[in-house]
Write a protein of this length. Sequence first.
Length: 550
Amino acid sequence: MGQMDKVESDTSSTDSNNASGTKAFPLATVEEPVIFDTTGKTRETAFDTQSFESYYKPIESYEGYHRWDPKFQWEAKEEKKLVRKIDLRICSWVCFMFFALQLDRGNISQALSDNMLTDIGINTNDYNTGQTIFYLCFLFAELPSQMLGKKIGPDRWVPIQMVLWSLVAACQAFINGRSSFWACRALLGLLEGGFIPDNILYLSYWYKTRELPIRLCYFWFSYQFTSIVSAFLAFGFLHMRGLNGIAGWRWLFALEGCLTGIIGVISWFYIPPSPTQTASKFRGKDGWFNEREEKIMVNRVLRDDPSKGDMHNRQALSLGMFWKCLKDYHMWPIYLLGLTWMMPANPMTSYLTLNLKSAGFSTFQVNLLCIPAYCFFIINLLWLSYLSEKINDRFLIGTVSQIFVLPCLIALEVLPTGRSHWATWILSCLVYAQPYIHPVIVAVTSRNGGSVRTRAVATALYNMFVQASSIISSNIYREQDKPYYFFGNKVLIGIVCWNICAFVGCKVFYVTVNKRRDEKWNAMNKEQKEHYLATTTDEGNKRLDFRFTH
């Protein structure tokens, strides 16, 4: 295969299904074989998909089966134009829905700056407990939500989630004590849990493996952009304090909750189930894409990752499939990493406004001074995500996030209590803006799953460990340790050191597994390789010809 502007697949005479009924995928290596992306540059894949017709055929119930054609060809410029269209139609709206999630999930921070705790008669520890309840409920809702979304489709389940949680979010305007505060946090966690994995699975229907990380980067960009927008919204809503005798933070919850509900209702009509199912009364009877565009979308995704054709987008996971995903030990290092890597910045995420308020800034100064932290966060998110793809490394790049935040935490620990409030602001913003490697790790989790079922479960499990991290870290800053939290910062410094070791450990683990598989595969002659491909019962990332991303 030479440098060309055609995207095509090789063919051969080997049967598409092996004797055992397990689909076979040939070997992928870094140098050869490879596929070409839309720029003409070579990109490695988890499986070699050049012999697409010979080794793979999607199941007949796969929603894009009628567009599958192993001999279909298209121009690279067509694909590039189509991807831009997908970005505009799909990715932008998914990011907009994430905006709605973060609006209701994060406005508690602005509410705190308006004396919410004092108004309802609770202290910092009660607030910590409320956040713990939220994250616990969010955590336990992850897998059930993902399984439900896989059954009825993310296009249906996600808008339902949004409308339900918007009602609870708006009702936070009526909380009047510890019990009602905790109840609202619990309901929000239950209804918002699973939203992120559902959307990640949905995006995987539209994008190739190497396209997904940057789209997830846009996903979390919208999350942080929400913080900027919500800061300005809060500045206006909190000025309504006293209007009709109602506190500003109550107006904040009520109005932003209603906004999220409207976005959820529109999403129900807007989101299509899949690339080949865009026709509707709302989207038009002919849909968004013509037949040729649908064929490009289906075949380019399956040639990049043939496992995506193993299940229908509304096919539920059986208990057997679910158990296989849980005991997939090759995914465990990523889960362990998700438990701790975000901890150094998590307390500051929850306490940024309180820290600045304690430093002597007014309510409205606090909300405006948070904006530089949000902007710096976005910059760190974009450049680190870009760099990870540019140099083709994920876990070693992840250590940058820890090395960045370490001196900031040390400064917060060693500077005296009489330090300038501006020093507190700068250091707090830097800790908050810790380089965000989350989109990269999520993309690695999805890719290393090696099958639709594992991808669906693994992204939810990883997010559960991230939520567990939030639960733990939300209790690191304690009432008796404020306002400088010297003991809490000591704990965070120790966690940073552990995280550096964890990132390096994940890198070593996957490099070692790939190396051992290379040795076994390369020791086999041609006949032995063909016999393995024809008879193996290994599935997904357990196959000898599968290589992990690291």
